[in-house]
Design a protein around this ligand. Structure first.
Ligand code: CP
Ligand code: NVA
Length: 306
């Protein structure tokens, strides 16, 4: 594996499948007294420039379970918020920590941190990518019996960071992906082109306008919020644009009979997904949230030098 995990394209198909099986092994070992602690004495620095529940807690708990420790940093109580260059932060944190996780706005900030750090840098969400989320999603689909190389995935809604990472995963693993979104809200063209180029055109990714067309016979129905962090001023416009791009019982009926429904959370029930579906028998959302912990333990174990 590469030194850093900034996007799904940093991984090969073999890397992804190995992380999924290692994540499943960590899940099986959870709660065992004699579970291995391969990162004893190691520290993860965690920079959060956006809010988080799952990412923060799952990385912190994961480091503890691996025998290590995590340090939480926010802009308000570090020099990052007072304008210290991210490259200086990267150089300094590399002298203390064994890996750094960052959640930030521009993806270029995570890239600059990685370039200036001698330790691995993990992307815990940027405006453009959310690789750890998609690895947890793939692990969840696999444990529900879906084949990560063949399953039919329908992403309904905004072509945001999470959608971009699904596009990359579809190209790396080769499964068919349909993204249903309104015009102007497609996954990033640059991501689509780069994924296409770097994977030798593997993948069958199509953008459609009709959610029912995307959902037809899908094994996985996926959605995310219509207004991501940092886009709050666009909320009214987005509410209007995404009307009809909701996972509800009718859309679920178009999918395969044993389809699972996923959402990275936090959800806005009644907007991109109905309460009935998220609480219904096809929903895998809380397993998906749990699997963040297990798959990130696999990532940390793999990236942090022993
Ligand atoms: N899914 C996810 O990344 O959740 P948080 O924003 O709570 O970390
Ligand atoms: N697309 C969402 C994901 C949150 C986990 C956001 O960026 O806010």
């Amino acid at each position: 594996m590469k030194k850093d995990l900034l996007r799904i394209l940093d991984l090969t198909d073999r890397d992804i499948l190995a992380l999924l099986s290692s994540g499943a092994a960590w899940k099986r070992r959870a709660g065992r007294k004699n579970a291995p602690r391969p990162l004893a004495g190691k520290t993860l620095g965690m920079i959060f420039q956006k809010a988080s529940t799952r990412t923060r807690v799952s990385f912190e708990v994961g480091m503890t379970r691996l025998g290590g420790h995590a340090v939480f940093m926010s802009p308000e109580d570090t020099q990052i918020g007072r304008g210290e260059p991210i490259r200086d932060t990267g150089r300094v944190l590399s002298r203390y920590a064994d890996a750094v996780m960052i959640r930030t706005f521009a993806h270029s900030v995570a890239e600059e941190l990685a370039a200036s750090s001698t330790v691995p840098v993990i992307n815990g969400l940027t405006d453009d990518h959310h690789p750890c989320q998609i690895l947890a999603d793939l692990m969840t689909a696999a444990e529900r019996g879906k084949n990560p190389r063949k399953m039919r995935v329908a992403f309904i809604g905004d072509g945001n960071n999470v959608a971009n990472s699904w596009v990359e995963a579809a190209h790396v693993l080769g499964f068919p992906l349909r993204v249903a979104c309104p015009k102007g809200y497609e996954p990033a063209a640059a991501v689509r082109m780069e994924a296409h180029r770097l994977t030798g055109c593997r993948g069958d990714v199509r953008i459609v306008r009709d959610p029912a067309e995307a959902a037809r016979d899908a094994d996985v129905l996926y959605t995310d919020v219509w207004t991501s962090m940092g886009q709050e001023t666009e909320r009214r416009r987005r509410l209007a644009a995404f009307k009809g791009y909701r996972i509800d019982a009718d859309l679920l009926a178009a999918a395969a009979g044993d389809a699972i429904v996923m959402h990275c959370l936090p959800a806005h029930r009644g907007e991109e997904i109905t309460d009935e579906v998220i609480e219904g028998p096809h929903s895998a959302v809380f397993d998906e949230a749990e699997n963040r912990l297990h798959v990130q333990m696999a990532i940390l174990e793999k990236l942090v030098r022993h």
